[in-house]
Design a protein. Structure first.
Length: 464
């Protein structure tokens, strides 16, 4: 039976047999055995025609003798090209920041700004202020006045309070003055131009940060959520400091993720001169530096310098205000006098939450409470996932600072929009969904978020 099978195999593949079969002393066919193992003959070392060099008879000249290593010449190797010097750290950081994020972030910015302006124009009435005036209203008037006239030299709490401009940090007014000096625009137009530049930078930095932490698709979805889906995202395009703060905070977190410690510390310093909520960013930088030094079992000066820089911005401005008016607690007195803002550990937020959800009939306050609770739940979900710890610390710190102050309840949605952390679960879910479903959800969310901001700016009669 075995012989018949072998015969049939050989008969069917006779055209593949070698042209000579050498019979060994034990009566077997060496070439036949090799053919049955591998029917396609392959050349062996030292042979040109594919025959077995070890099975040839003495004196046969089928194969040339193998070439000795001493006779082999090393191939010519081209000299290596001279390496270009590496760019400076700041230039390299800026180059990587724009890589892969300019297109999506720019497209999101154009679409979001167009949607916000369109809804503002639709909801505006004939006898109301213009769209530009609305975008410069409330805190925008303070920022524009600081850029034009500077800070007051004193404040008063008796009678008609004065000096409230000292409650606004100097980074955004300084950017307005720079735009005015370069473009020669009026201070109102320079304020809006500075806000747009900061908004573009913020979307670039957010997209780059989420690309580093997750993936490109999640980063694009998160950028859309930041720009137009979350309620009060309209503030990023107003003459407010939120867009500049988000740009500096997201860029600082991304620099920390890349271990560019000095760049991260410098950006966090500027964020501390933009908003007092930069204390959350300083905590994130400190956590990242502590993690790195613990893992490396090495204390380095660059992470420590980054922590020191990130903690210097806000205290420096508070001390400057105190020395300017001759009272170290002047900033906190101004906040309490002008806006009733002080640290209460969240008592005012809890009391307002209970009162609104049980007795209030105003839908703005009810929606504010529901949205804030949604942010807290989404933040808790983000903590359950394996997210980057400094990012979680930053976002949670922004929420804690906003919710533990006794300021206006309807202003808290504006204060929490730079947190980013509560957008992570939504961005992850939508990035994994089918494209059509993701587009429909994002479109509906963008319409709602943009309409909510336009309503609060045109219909709501109180500060945002």
């Amino acid at each position: 039976m075995i012989t018949m099978c072998l015969a049939s195999m050989i008969g069917s593949c006779a055209w593949r047999l070698p042209d000579r079969i050498v019979v060994e002393s034990n009566g077997t066919c060496a070439d036949l055995r090799a053919f049955l193992r591998d029917p396609i003959p392959r050349p062996r070392r030292g042979c040109r025609d594919g025959r077995d060099r070890d099975a040839r008879p003495v004196g046969d000249a089928w194969c040339e003798p193998p070439v000795r290593k001493a006779d082999m010449k090393a191939p010519a190797v081209a000299p290596p090209e001279p390496r270009r010097p590496a760019p400076a750290p700041a230039r390299r950081l800026f180059r990587v920041l724009l890589q892969g994020s300019a297109g999506p972030a720019g497209a999101v910015y154009v679409a979001a700004l167009s949607l916000h302006l369109a809804l503002l124009a639709v909801m505006d009435t004939a006898d109301s202020p213009s769209v530009g005036e609305r975008l410069r209203s409330w805190d925008g008037a303070f920022y524009t006045g600081i850029a034009r006239h500077g800070y007051p030299g004193a404040f008063s709490t008796a009678g008609h309070p004065t000096g409230h401009a000292l409650a606004f940090f100097p980074a955004y007014p300084g950017l307005i003055r720079c735009v005015h000096a370069v473009t020669r625009l009026g201070y109102g137009a320079a304020a809006l131009t500075a806000a747009q530049l900061a908004a573009i930078a913020a979307l670039f930095a957010v997209h780059r940060l989420f690309s580093a932490l997750y993936d490109h698709r999640t980063a694009t979805v998160a950028t859309i959520l930041v720009a137009c889906v979350q309620p009060m995202s309209l503030v990023f395009f107003m003459a407010y400091g939120e867009s500049l703060f988000l740009a500096l905070a997201a860029a600082s977190l991304w620099a920390v993720y890349r271990r560019a410690w000095l760049s991260a510390g410098g950006l966090a310093l500027l964020a501390g001169l933009t908003r007092p909520a930069a204390a959350a960013l300083a905590a994130a930088v400190a956590v990242a530096a502590g993690q790195w030094m613990w893992r490396e079992r090495h204390v380095a000066w660059r992470p420590l310098a980054a922590v020191a820089l990130s903690c210097a911005g806000t205290p420096a401005y508070l001390l400057w205000v105190g020395f300017r008016v001759g009272r170290l607690d002047a900033y906190f007195v101004i906040e309490e006098t002008g806006w009733g803002t002080h640290w209460d550990g969240g008592k005012a937020f809890v009391a307002s939450l209970v009162d609104t959800l049980t007795r209030s009939d105003g839908w703005v306050l009810v929606s504010t409470c529901v949205l804030l609770l949604s942010c807290l739940v989404a933040t808790a979900v983000a903590w359950q996932r394996t997210a980057w710890l400094p990012f979680l610390v930053y976002g949670t710190g922004i929420l804690v600072i906003a919710l533990t102050q006794s300021n206006f309840q309807h202003s808290k949605l504006r204060l929490v929009i730079p947190a980013l952390v509560f957008l992570v679960p939504v961005a992850r879910v939508l990035s994994r969904a089918r494209p059509l479903a993701a587009v429909l959800v994002l479109t509906a969310g963008a319409l709602f978020g943009s309409w909510y901001g336009a309503y609060m700016l045109t219909v709501w009669h109180y500060a945002i």
